[in-house]
Design a protein around this ligand. Structure first.
Ligand code: XMP
Length: 500
């Protein structure tokens, strides 16, 4: 595999992505992580700092000692230059954006034209080469654009992983197959086989537990680990009563009947609703649900399990790496509210280095139905944060039905897959209406649908009026308790996606 040392470039993920697309497994680690096993090549990413800064992230000692092929990109190139005895300085010319370079004959540039456009973003440049190094590409300003430090150590001043760099993929490909002489053997089928074997060897005849939420990541993790250890995996689905209509029945059916996993469904509805009585503050709701989830999970797991399986995926790892270290940190958003602190588990995160779309493809290979794999995100606290004000069973029933109709309408009109997330919100406002000859006084329901990439920002979806009309007519006709429907036309920011 290829190990990418992350020096903080915004393109590090792209590097991992490109390498996998070329059929080689790649993994991103931090400079102070332990060296992984079975390294086939090393890439040093770009980064925002100057290698001359006092707090510049260093080159770990083990890297040059491995004698493995290395490719430094931008900061990576400068780090190699400095480390191997060259000199890096802030030059008068900084290059940002598209820059033409002229390349020399070298295996890393095989099948690439002499002049290509590359993507640069650097203020520092190498001004003095380390011994035995040679410049193999230059910009018009005579800045070193690529350096060969030895037969298997290269550096690029530009970013080959960015689409603006012409033949960038080819350069990466040449590094992988001509310099590092790696094999093209990464595929999801291969990953599945390897992972199952690895998990089986690690857990052996011990027991593992997973909290299945019915979302994509935990579903895929459950099925994967089940393939490895079968009955020794206990999959627990906690029904806090705040789920979508018939969710608990559906999830149980899918996992029991279709996939053959004996899912333990814990009906904790009453516990949760009791605790949530009279609570209107959204943060309190979240906290109560998180804590109660821990209690329920504790009761189920007691101390009978050695391993805890988590559905952490690559974007979660990246996020926690940005905030320091990426080891065994349990982030509260993986499930409703974190996990018991006083229960000792060894944690296994089988999907840790996968992108969301890879997780979905693995799910497909493992036979998980598409509607589980491609469904919209659903918050851990569930409908509790979509009922504004106090949560009652009556309101839950109203919201579940309304939400179901809205989603059904979107699916019927081929809009479900066009939006990131769509749902309804029950407000505590009641307004006047007229039904037949009768005055009516019922709740206002809001419809929300947004388009987004990762949920960090979002635009409200421009769903055709006819579809909104269809949903509105059906909901007011079929759901007792709703007298008026409004469409939320706020984006994020300033609003959040959820209302609470
Ligand atoms: P907001 O409302 O913050 O939502 O714009 C961004 C994304 O996160 C989901 N969300 C949550 N997920 N626990 C979760 O597991 C939560 O407490 C929570 N709050 C929001 C939300 O559905 C959206 O996809």
């Amino acid at each position: 595999k290829v190990v990418i040392i992350d020096y903080g470039s915004q393109y590090t993920q792209l590097l991992a992505r490109r390498i996998r697309e070329l059929g080689v497994y790649s993994e991103v680690i931090q400079y102070d992580d332990n060296p992984p096993d079975e390294i086939g090549g090393i890439i040093l990413s770009g980064g925002p700092k100057s290698v001359n800064d006092v707090d510049a992230l260093p080159l770990p000692k083990w890297i040059l000692n491995t004698k493995k092929p290395i490719l430094g990109v931008c900061y990576g190139l400068q780090l190699l230059s400095k480390e191997l005895g060259g000199k890096v300085e802030k030059t008068e010319i900084s290059e940002y954006g598209k820059t033409e370079i002229e390349i020399s004959n070298d295996p890393i540039f095989d099948n690439i034209p002499k002049n290509i456009i590359t993507w640069m973003s650097h203020g520092d440049s190498v001004v003095f080469l380390p011994k035995n190094s040679s410049v193999i590409a230059k910009t018009k300003n005579n800045i070193y654009a690529a350096i060969k430090f030895s037969n298997n150590i290269y550096g690029l001043q530009f970013h080959p992983e960015v689409k603006h760099t012409e033949f960038g993929d080819k350069i990466i490909e040449n590094f992988l197959f001509k310099i590092a002489k790696l094999e093209k053997n990464w595929s999801l089928n291969y990953f599945i086989e390897e992972k199952i074997e690895e998990i089986r060897n690690e857990i052996n005849d011990k027991k593992a537990i997973i909290a299945l939420s019915g979302g994509v990541d935990s579903s895929v993790a459950t099925v994967l680990v089940h393939k490895a250890i079968g009955k020794n995996l206990k999959a627990v689905f906690v029904n806090h009563g705040l789920l979508r209509l018939n969710e608990e029945i559906e999830v149980k059916k899918i996992f029991n009947d279709l996939i053959g996993i004996n899912l333990t469904v814990i009906d904790a509805k009453k516990r949760f609703l009791d605790k949530l009585k009279n609570i209107i503050d959204p943060e309190k709701k979240r906290k109560i649900i998180g804590e109660e989830f821990i209690r329920v999970f504790e009761e189920v797991s007691k101390n009978n399990y050695d391993y805890l399986i988590q559905g952490t995926i690559y974007s979660d790892v990246i996020e926690s790496a940005a905030s320091g270290k990426n080891t065994a940190k349990i982030k509260s958003h993986h499930n409703v509210g974190g996990l018991p602190e006083d229960i000792e588990f060894k944690i296994i995160e089988p999907l840790k280095y996968l992108f969301k779309d890879e997780v979905r493809k693995i799910g497909e290979i493992l036979g998980i139905p598409k509607h589980i794999l491609y469904r919209h995100p659903f918050p851990g606290p569930g409908l509790a944060i979509r009922i504004i004000g106090e949560i009652t069973e009556e309101k839950l029933n109203i919201l579940k039905k309304a939400d179901h109709i809205f989603i059904e309408t979107l699916k019927k009109n081929n809009w479900y897959d066009k939006v990131w997330q769509a749902f309804t919100v029950l407000t505590p406002i009641k307004t006047v209406g007229v039904v037949g000859d009768e005055r009516n006084y019922d709740y206002v329901l809001a419809i929300r649908s947004v388009n987004s990439v990762e949920g960090m920002t979002a635009n409200w979806s421009k769903i055709p009026f006819e579809i909104l009309e269809e949903a509105s007519t059906r909901i007011t006709n079929e759901v007792k308790g709703i007298g008026r429907i409004v469409y939320d036309i706020t984006s994020k920011p300033p609003a959040t996606i959820e209302w609470e």
